[in-house]
Design a protein around this ligand. Sequence first.
Ligand code: SF4
Length: 280
Amino acid sequence: MAKSDKEPGASGPPVLQHRQMGKAKPPQTRTGLVRQARKINRALAEVYPYAHPELDFENPFQLLVATVLSAQTTDLRVNQTTPGLFAKYPTPEDLAAANPEEVEELIRPTGFFRAKTKSIMGLAKALRDEHGGEVPGTLKDLVKLPGVGRKTANVVLGNAFGVPGITVDTHFGRLVRRWKWTDEEDPEKVEALICEIFPKSDWTMLSHRIIFHGRRICHARKPACGACPIASLCPSYGEGEIDPSRAKKLLKYEKGGFPGQRLKPPPDYPGQAAPPMGAV
Ligand code: SF4
């Protein structure tokens, strides 16, 4: 690790305590930007060593369907819904041949259930008819599937196939703009810019860490700046609550002592598993 990677005088890991005053300056040069961005990534890696996709899945088909269902709802709601769906339709062939009304009922809790039923059944038919019942492992083939955009394709590639990918969702876009890595709003342009800052090997975990941070601490409306472990690196410190005790109350999931989104989280997840539908 380069000398400049740590705060002056710091001897421990680059996870920083709450700042007392002022904001970090936005990076002024390309080199400064790359250095600040990589420093934030390393700090996030210390804060979220267990970052992972927050959809429950056991194979690429399940992840693909769950990702499509996650539009306009929470991963928690999807995770509470998919066990019933996959128990009844475990393969693309099963889902392609399903009665649409039964699928609608099963996925109703995720919202937009008629449109989503069309999407996932269309997807299942394409997998059955054009890919031998398997999820293809390339971006080119994935984005040709009905209802699958670049974001969904990258989620599947990164997490089911180990192909590095940046996932620019609402949290990712908001946080990289707060950190002044870019002021672009278009997810594809953001993706291209961030890909230039980080080596490929960082892309998938970087995406998870940023999304974890956006969901737990750096919220859209009221970021918990006063409880943010990377506050001293952030040019937008103070955009949210800076009082430490009030900020602490804004923390979510394991950072706030609450259950997570996955019913079956990975073994290293330090928080509690999410409850099944209707349990709480
Ligand atoms: S919570 Fe505040 S200090 Fe932390 S990254 Fe977000 S805007 Fe910056």
